[in-house]
Design a protein around this ligand. Structure first.
Ligand SMILES: Nc1ncnc2c1ncn2[C@@H]1O[C@H](COP(=O)(O)OP(=O)(O)OP(=O)(O)O)[C@@H](O)[C@H]1O
Length: 885
């Protein structure tokens, strides 16, 4: 640091605190021969031949083994002023204190060589420069402190204190050796320091010797401590507080007692001086040899105090003063030897960043802020990492869900393909038969028997076939309900709970919507469709051509109207297939009555059928009601169930079945076989036969009669629904189908028979074991749950205003609680009130997403019997309505 300027200081403030190893700066200063030496004609043996080399001039005369030339960092001739010595040998080292580095300036030399003379000047110049620097650098705040001590006779004395008590030396782990209780004065200014320097000068032990009138008898250490800190208002908030000290060490001069002629106190002083200087020399010599161990710092208080400046962390300059006089040749050589050793010693000065309490607080605050900021950044990064992790997790979940959706879609397609394959195979009826636990096998057997015994002509075989297929479909209804019935088991709690669209609802519980892609399905199943059309056409032909088509004489008919009769018989046989699927119930009283009936009546049933008078049948028709029809149904069922394998019994059944089947299919009949099956009339074969004739005659009745019959059956079905606790959705479906068309008779027949059978079972007339579906589907509890579920959908399906209208219409207090449930519990409760039924069906249809009443396509239920190319679909009972059986 040749010059002290702000820039350099700021560079140091940049915390370049790394140790800077450098050699002790060694300079030699020669003083002029003093008067005493001149008076004795002493000559100067030493001469500075340049700024770095001093030579012994009289080497030829001495023939000494000592070197004659010595090179140092700087050598000063005797005429060199102290200012120059300071500037060129001490200033840089001394002013290092301003940059936070410790420094020490030694003045080493024999007594009277000019040490005090030189060091006094250097201290003065340094102090001046330091203050000049402080004055020029207002951006930093400087604090200067001053202390002074002397080591006299190995005693440390405080030069700023009048108390002559020697001070103790203490070992500090960080600071090294410190002088206990040494006065440290904070300087006000340079003048203050000068005053203190004057005090020190006056306090220092001096004595007159033969060589020096004012010989210093002690080692003096003046210590100037410089602390500096940048002012905050200069924006240098990050600059550190620096503290360092510069030592101005004026050693006592080595001396020879013989030369100094000392004695007494002076001799003692000289002894201590020489001893301490010897230790100093030993330390320097060892340090010069690179030895870092066993350095005798502690052998003297001087070396102990200045340990950090001797090969330590302070910049050090040694200015060796020497008299060039020949009379001091030995001392001069010793000085040059010491200097030579000193210049080999390295130091490791570094910037001392010492924190004051205030600076420490600020530094800690800054550090805390920095750490908090890092913590926030880490938290932010962590949060970001969490978000990424969560995002990745969700992406994986989405991928998983996509895969599941694809799998489910694939499974659905496979299932649909299988269904369609089954449909294309045309064997749906057989499939359903196989799956039917109730009638499985019995139908096949009975059908085979019927087929084998009854098919005798093409038309009849067609009719039987059609009827058997119809029965198959009836079986399909049964099986469909068992597989897909949403009212079974747990499904009933879900089927209306979700907000499924009508199409999805149908898909879910009744199979794929037939309206979707039905053209393709129709093409694929054209053959099946044709079969279905044939089937329907056959039935319709029966209805429409009974007066015109002449068929073969039926084996059991003697009626004039053979064509009609034959048709009826044929149908009876087909329906027998239906009825024979039902097992007999030995417990039935009616069955017992039938069994007890005269055999001749049974045997003559066919004849009696032909002999029945229309009037008698008309009377019966006038008296029958729905109850009687149900009873007649029971009779027929029980008859069939109790049929023996004999041909006569089979014929009897044939007659009964004839009457039964002609009821729904012969929609032109005004009095159907339900009436014929009235308990009274069915107790004998004649009345049954009469009814058969009656039906044949009824087929000639007008369309209004059909409408009347249609309405009657519909009401009967509705009442049966109610009495059998049939689900409201099921009722609604069928109700919407009943349009009063002839084709309606087919499924009305099926439904009516099913309900009749169901009611019988409910009343215990028929007992079928292990029929779980029966129990589930016809329980009042299940119906109540359905009403509850329907009530829940009212919020979605009806606006608040519409609900209010409904409540008023249905007599529900608007202030009452559970109004929706109240309404749902009123639906389908008055089987005799058609307006009520229509309104109930309308509400349920809307709740479950069916089409408006009267618009529900039959195709929806796979019940299209009309060959409508635009709408047709192969008949699929599997996807038909949920049934109760
Ligand atoms: N370079 C110099 N030029 C002129 N005079 C000098 C020079 N050096 C020293 N002197 C004079 O020499 C005398 C002795 O000097 P000084 O007291 O400084 O010696 P010292 O080495 O300190 O002696 P001591 O060890 O006994 O204290 C003083 O009178 C001083 O003025």
């Amino acid at each position: 640091m040749g010059s002290i300027n702000g820039e350099e200081v700021m560079e140091w403030d940049g915390q370049d605190s790394s140790a800077q190893e450098e050699k002790i700066f060694v300079a030699v200063r020669l003083r002029p021969l003093n008067e005493r030496e001149l008076s004795k004609n002493d000559v100067a043996d030493w001469e500075c031949i340049n700024n770095n080399t001093v030579i012994f001039k009289n080497s030829l005369q001495e023939r000494s083994m000592f070197p004659t030339a010595y090179t140092f960092d700087r050598v000063f001739r005797s005429d060199s002023p102290t200012r120059q010595v300071y500037e060129e040998a001490a200033k840089k080292i001394a002013l290092s204190v301003l940059s936070g580095m410790n420094s020490t300036i030694f003045a080493y030399g024999q007594t009277s060589s000019g040490k005090t003379y030189t060091m006094s000047g250097i201290t003065e110049y340094a102090v001046k420069d330091i203050y000049d620097y402080i004055d020029k650098h207002v951006e930093r705040e400087f604090v200067l402190k001053f202390s002074a001590m002397e080591i006299y006779n190995e005693a440390v004395k405080d030069l700023l204190s009048t108390d002559g008590t020697p001070l103790r030396l203490l070992d500090d782990p960080e600071k090294g050796t410190i002088v206990d209780k040494l006065t440290e004065v904070t300087l006000r200014d340079s003048s203050h320091l000068k005053e203190l320097l004057s005090v020190c000068e006056s306090q220092r032990q001096t004595g007159e010797t033969t060589l020096n009138e004012m010989s210093s008898r002690s080692h003096q250490i003046l210590r100037l401590i410089v602390e500096s800190e940048a002012h905050e208002y200069f924006g240098a908030e990050n600059s550190s507080t620096l503290t360092a000290s510069v030592n101005f060490v004026d050693l006592a001069g080595s001396e020879r007692a013989s030369q100094t002629l000392s004695a007494g106190a002076r001799l003692k002083e000289g002894s201590h001086i020489n001893r301490s200087l010897l230790t100093l020399g030993t330390v320097i010599r060892k340090l010069s040899k690179g030895r870092n161990a066993h350095i005798p710092y502690r052998d003297s208080k001087l070396t102990r105090i200045l340990q950090n400046s001797l090969g330590g962390n302070a910049k050090t300059a040694v200015i060796c003063t020497m008299s060039p006089a020949h009379s001091h040749l030995e001392q001069s050589r010793n000085t040059l030897l010491f200097a030579s050793c000193a210049k080999q010693v390295s130091t490791n000065a570094q910037v001392n960043v010492v924190m004051s309490e205030k600076a420490l607080v600020k530094q800690l605050q800054r550090e805390l802020a920095r750490m908090e900021n890092e913590l926030r950044n880490l938290s932010s990064l962590s949060a970001s990492s969490d978000s990424k992790s969560a995002l990745k997790e969700k992406e994986l979940l989405i991928e998983k869900m996509d895969k599941e959706i694809k799998d489910l879609t694939h499974q659905r397609d496979l299932a649909q393909s299988r269904v369609e394959g089954m449909l294309r195979s045309g064997g749906e009826s057989k499939s359903w038969v196989h799956m039917n636990n109730l009638e499985k096998g019995s139908w096949t057997d009975e059908y085979s028997a019927s087929e084998a015994s009854e098919i005798s002509d093409p038309f009849r075989s067609d009719v039987v076939s059609n009827a058997s297929r119809l029965s198959d479909k009836f079986q399909g209804v049964v099986n469909s309900s068992r597989i897909e019935d949403p009212f079974l088991e747990n499904k009933e709690d879900h089927f209306l709970s979700d907000d499924t669209s009508p199409s999805l609802y149908i898909d879910k519980y009744f199979g794929p919507d037939p309206s979707r892609g039905w053209e393709k399905i129709g093409q694929e199943n054209h053959k099946d469709f044709e079969d279905d059309c044939k089937e329907v056409q056959c039935i319709e032909i029966d209805f429409t051509k009974r007066n015109t088509v002449s068929l073969e004489q039926p084996p059991c008919s003697s009626d004039e109207d053979g064509s009609d009769h034959s048709v009826i018989v044929s149908r009876s046989k087909s329906s027998a297939a239906i009825l024979t699927t039902i097992k007999k119930s030995p417990s039935s009283k009616v069955a017992e009555e039938i069994e007890d009936a005269p055999q001749d009546n049974k045997a003559n049933s066919k004849e009696k059928v032909s002999d029945v008078e229309p009037e008698a049948n008309s009377e019966d028709l006038c008296t029958k009601d729905s109850q009687s029809s149900i009873k007649s149904e029971e009779v027929q069922i029980i008859k069939i169930m109790n049929e023996d394998s004999g041909a006569k019994q089979q014929e009897e059944n044939c007659v009964v079945e004839l009457n039964e089947v002609t009821k729904p299919k012969s929609v032109k009949q005004s009095d159907d076989n339900l009436e014929l099956e009235d308990k009274k009339t069915l107790n004998n074969q004649e009345k049954a036969a009469d009814n058969g004739i009656e039906k044949a005659q009824d087929t000639k009745q007008s369309g209004s009669d059909w409408q009347t019959e249609f309405e009657r059956q519909k009401r009967e079905i509705i009442e049966l629904w109610d009495s059998c606790n049939i689900p409201l959705v099921h009722r609604t479906y069928f109700f919407l189908l009943f349009k009063g068309e002839p084709s309606d008779a087919v499924y009305m027949e099926v439904e009516l028979r099913r309900l009749s059978f169901l009611k019988n079972r409910l009343h215990g007339a028929i007992v079928v074991k292990d029929d779980q579906s029966f129990t589930h589907s016809s329980s009042a509890k299940a119906l109540n749950r359905e009403r509850e579920m329907l009530s829940k959908r009212m919020l979605k399906k009806f606006s608040g205003k519409d609900r209010e209208i409904l409540y008023k219409k249905w007599g529900i207090d608007l202030k009452s609680k559970q109004r929706r449930l109240q309404l749902s519990r009123k639906l389908w409760t008055d089987a005799t009130n058609m307006a009520h039924i229509k309104e109930s069906a309308s509400i349920v249809a809307k709740l479950v997403g069916f089409k408006e009443p009267g618009q529900a396509p039959k195709e929806m239920f796979g019940l299209s019997f009309s060959p409508k190319p635009a709408n047709f679909r192969s008949f699929s009972w599997k996807h038909s309505l949920p049934s109760m059986m």
